[in-house]
Design a protein around this ligand. Structure first.
Ligand code: UTP
Length: 461
């Protein structure tokens, strides 16, 4: 391929993007083919439209009278009969788990996949290990096959696969661990709308958001294969939350019982200004309002009993039925892109001082309003939510470890173990309960040997 194929040149000129051919003459054959392939994979017309919309507000919320608090059920009120329904579904191999791990973890500042980050307070176990061991324990407890779907991106794929391989898939049968890559989106120059280049011949591409998991699941053929093997529900969770209870039977059971298409866990907001997306009812459907879009007066509204009116925070834990996933990934249905202004080091500006680029991402919660039947279940924040986002401060490895120790200590105390605490009530010694020891408080209670004492950092495994 010596010269640029005429149809490609025409297409690029039509969209005023021919600058991406910069350096063509000195590119290798392989680089040229890669560039042509990347261009073919981009919908330049769609990018033009997205760029034109760059100054529109993120989301135009409908008037207040079309928004209502979402009805939320309490996890603690789920009956044992319902839990049995969930257990039967897991036992029958009807539940797969989907871990999204394609993000670049830019706030954390590590150049490796976030899943490799060590968070185990005693063991130093990584996020991937903790999640994989939960799947392993779930399989063991129910003598069931639980397909483990790990979504990566071009940024995290090779390192993630190599990490699982080097650790023997943490004891999981390799045949039930499926890696697949999400799609990418290019970034545009904020001022001109031109595609950004990393270097000559290479577009700046980034993962297309956690919403890309649904399309990628379908496009990779995995969704069809799951369906063929009898999977009926897919549990969705994010790599950065080691407290996630993966496919717990109460959540699965209630989801099945009410024939929900898309179920979500909820943690109640305590402060109006908390930065967490909020589930609500919009035009009679389940939806999320991002914290940045929630008007202050709505965030501060209270009920007659003094609770926040809109308090159903989302820890990004969902359960989708397979027919629903087919519906939202088929034909013309596609999640919309959200626009974000970011600093992107690129060929034309190696060290931008301010936002120079527009990036585009799909968000998984945009699927929620497409569900005709849904479910929201509230859980205790300290039981299920410890996100790792930042290198220091809130939502950092330090807070995540503290939350893991706090939950472990609580389980031990329920099991009758005396946990030494400081005058402020903090556990003196780090404790860690491996998922393969116990997946929940009740299992911990059954397994703790009588006479257990905590006199040093302790790992239960
Ligand atoms: P975040 O939006 O917090 O992004 O992702 P991040 O990559 O972890 O961190 P920052 O924003 O770059 O600092 C929440 C979850 O969604 C996944 C992440 O891997 C994480 O599990 N995710 C995010 C993807 O899988 N793909 C994406 O394109 C974006």
């Amino acid at each position: 391929m010596k010269s640029v194929p005429p149809d490609v040149l025409h297409h690029l000129k039509h969209h005023r993007q021919e600058h991406v051919l910069f350096g063509w003459d000195v590119l290798s054959e392989c680089e040229r083919a890669q560039l042509i392939g990347d261009i073919a994979g981009i919908d330049l017309g769609e990018l033009d439209t997205l760029y034109r919309r760059r100054n529109e507000p993120h989301a135009v919320l409908p008037p207040r009278d079309r928004i209502a608090p979402l009805a939320v059920e309490a996890w603690s009120e789920i009956s044992s009969a319902t839990i049995s329904i969930g257990e039967a579904a897991i036992r029958a191999g009807e539940v797969a788990v989907l871990l999204v791990a394609g993000g670049q973890g830019s706030r954390l500042g590590s150049d490796k996949p976030k899943g490799i980050y060590p968070v185990g307070p005693v063991s130093g176990a990584s996020l991937f290990q903790i999640h994989a061991e939960k799947v392993l324990a779930l399989r063991r407890n129910y003598a069931a096959r639980v397909p483990f779907l790990v979504m990566t991106s071009h940024a995290t794929h090779a390192d993630t696969e190599a990490y699982f391989e080097a650790n023997d898939y943490f004891g999981l049968p390799q045949i039930d661990v499926h890696f697949f890559q999400q799609g990418t989106m290019p970034a545009l120059d904020l001022q001109t709308g031109k595609l950004l280049l990393e270097k000559p011949g290479q577009l700046f591409l980034s993962p297309n958001g956690h919403g890309g998991s649904l399309t990628a699941l379908a496009d990779s053929g995995i969704l069809a294969k799951l369906k063929d093997t009898g999977v009926r529900h897919v549990f969705y969770f994010q790599v950065d939350n080691p407290l996630t209870r993966i496919a717990d039977p109460a959540f699965v059971g209630r989801h099945i019982e009410v024939e929900s298409e898309a179920s979500s866990k909820v943690v109640f907001k305590e402060q109006p200004e908390e930065k967490v997306g909020m589930l609500s009812q919009i035009d009679g459907r389940c939806g999320i309002i991002e914290y940045s879009d929630l008007p202050a007066e709505m965030a501060n509204e209270r009920t007659a009993t003094g609770e926040l009116m809109f308090r159903a925070g989302s820890p990004a834990i969902h359960l989708f039925s397979v027919p629903f996933l087919e519906k939202v990934t088929s034909g013309s249905t596609r999640l919309a892109y959200h626009l974000a202004q970011k600093k992107v080091p690129c060929l034309s500006e190696r060290a931008p001082k301010s936002e120079n680029a527009l990036k585009f991402e799909m968000f998984v919660f945009d699927a929620l309003p497409l569900a005709d039947r849904w479910l929201a279940v509230s859980v205790e924040r300290t039981d299920e939510f410890a996100p790792l986002k930042n290198a220091t401060g809130p939502d950092s490895a330090q807070t995540v470890r503290q939350l893991l120790i706090a939950r472990g200590s609580k389980w031990l105390e329920t099991a009758g173990v005396a946990v030494p605490r400081t005058a402020h009530g903090e556990p003196i010694y780090p404790v860690e309960i491996r998922p393969t020891f116990a997946l929940d408080e009740a299992e911990c209670q059954r397994k703790i040997p009588p006479g257990t004492t905590i006199t040093a950092p302790t790992l239960f495994e």
